[in-house]
Design a binder for this molecule. Structure first.
Ligand SMILES: NC(=O)C1=CN([C@@H]2O[C@H](COP(=O)(O)OP(=O)(O)OC[C@H]3O[C@@H](n4cnc5c(N)ncnc54)[C@H](OP(=O)(O)O)[C@@H]3O)[C@@H](O)[C@H]2O)C=CC1
Ligand SMILES: O=C1OC[C@@H](O)[C@H](O)[C@H]1O
Length: 390
């Protein structure tokens, strides 16, 4: 219990390490005074000697300035392009709503910045491909912020599966269920024009983890059923095109996968609030592996391995036996380490490759098609940007 408290406390109050002088730290700029910024980048940067959070841009200067003051950020910009025009910024963290990932990552790459781009990578697979094409042309690093993949516990779970201990993978199921009240009606996640939807937001993890732990890509979407989000007092012209809940059945060759995503689990018996349920189960022909809380394992997690013979063991991995990291490093801290290594030309231990991101977006699109909600609309190609990038 004491180690848990200490780990969680330090994760969210990390030590501030002195910054390196040679090489000079990389200067990061954040697009959007985003809620996720402190967790995904600002706190992790404190303990990274090679990172300074130098700038933030928001639609309003007051908002950018308030955020900058609160987090000790040197520069605050009004408008996103203004920050991209600052030659001091080396790396951009795109923490804008999903539908703005394409436009602003393209513009950041055009400005010569490396980009850490939030998940889901874009609204469509086509946009994702264009983003990587531009990054490659420009020789810049582009990473989808699938932070959970960088944690040693997730790596360990995959290692157990790959060792053959539970046999050949037959079934994978993922629950990404959040209690009612997790998000307000005005949240970006409920806004179609901003790329909202449970499968866009939570489903992106479900799709990624199913593909990762099964080491396979889907071959078909068998079922995709959803419940639409509806505001309490919808305007007369309200279109129900955002999924509040989505349940999906996939085939990955002879593997079956189920993904359940919900932004607002109803109270039990109408009165008892629910806990978040973030679980993964992999069933093999010789046993099973269950991972509780694979998304934020630093706080607490468990990997339960059961074999046909009746044996059962539980593993918890907060720190890798080899490699970098402390038990209090969050998934985002590990991710930041990999991003910096890549920008510096060092080979990170874990990386989310272009093909991984593209396959994820392709299958998210197919899920939406199957559900009847249809593919999410893409942003018009940024033709000027593409032409200049050639
Ligand atoms: N990796 C992770 O663990 C997590 C990732 N995410 C991802 O990060 C991204 C941001 O999520 P989150 O921080 O929760 O989002 P926020 O609700 O904080 O929104 C992010 C920013 O979007 C900007 N924005 C631009 N246009 C609009 C608009 N029309 N309406 C509303 N906001 C707008 C706002 O910028 P401005 O400051 O300019 O007003 C705001 O600061 C999403 O892609 C999400 O999926 C979210 C949570 C966890
Ligand atoms: O980690 C997360 O958990 C909650 C989600 O809504 C968020 O966008 C996601 O990244």
């Amino acid at each position: 219990m004491t180690s848990l408290l200490k780990r969680v406390y330090t994760a969210f109050h990390p030590p501030t390490l002195p910054k390196s002088t040679a090489p000079e730290p990389l200067k990061f700029g954040i697009l959007g005074a985003a809620n996720i910024g402190p967790f995904a980048l600002i706190l992790p940067a404190k303990s990274h000697p090679e990172v300074v959070i130098y700038a933030v841009a928001a639609r309003s200067l007051t908002k950018a300035q308030t955020y900058a003051n609160k987090h000790g950020i040197e520069k605050a910009y009004e408008g996103y392009q203004a920050m991209l025009d600052d030659p001091e910024v080396d790396v951009v963290y795109n923490a804008l709503p999903n539908a703005l990932h394409y436009e602003w990552t393209m513009k950041a790459l055009m400005a010569g910045k490396h980009v850490l781009n939030e998940k889901p990578f874009s609204d469509t697979a086509e946009e994702a491909r264009e983003m990587f094409e531009l990054a490659e042309k420009k020789g810049l690093v582009l990473l989808e912020a699938f932070h959970y993949r960088f944690h040693p516990a997730v790596k360990r779970a995959k290692e157990i599966i790959k060792s053959g201990e539970i046999g050949a993978v037959k079934e994978v199921s993922v629950d990404m269920l959040l209690p009612r009240g997790s998000f307000s009606e005005g949240d970006i996640r409920y806004d179609f024009s901003l790329g909202g939807g449970a499968f866009m937001d939570l489903g992106t993890y479900a799709m990624n983890s199913i593909r990762y732990f099964s080491s396979s890509n889907p071959t078909s979407v068998v079922e995709a059923t959803y419940e639409a989000f509806e505001p309490k007092s919808p305007p007369p012209d309200y279109v129900k095109n955002v999924d509040r809940r989505m349940e999906v059945k996939l085939e990955l060759g002879d593997i079956t996968a189920i993904a359940r995503c919900d932004f607002a689990l109803p109270n039990l018996f109408g009165i008892i609030p629910r806990f978040p349920q973030i679980n993964l189960k992999v069933q093999g022909d010789k046993g099973s592996l269950e991972m509780f809380n694979f998304i934020l394992p630093t706080i607490y997690h468990s990997i339960t391995v059961k074999t046909q013979g009746g044996s059962k063991r539980v593993e918890r991995v907060y720190k890798a036996k080899e490699g970098k990291g402390e038990d209090w490093w969050t998934t985002w801290r590990f991710q930041l380490d990999a991003m910096v290594d890549r920008v510096r030309g060092r080979e990170p231990d874990v990386w989310i490759a272009k093909g991984d991101t593209l396959a994820n977006m392709e299958w998210i699109e197919k899920v939406y098609e199957k559900s009847g909600l249809g593919r999410r609309p893409r942003t018009d190609p940024i033709v000027d940007v593409l032409e200049q990038g050639k």
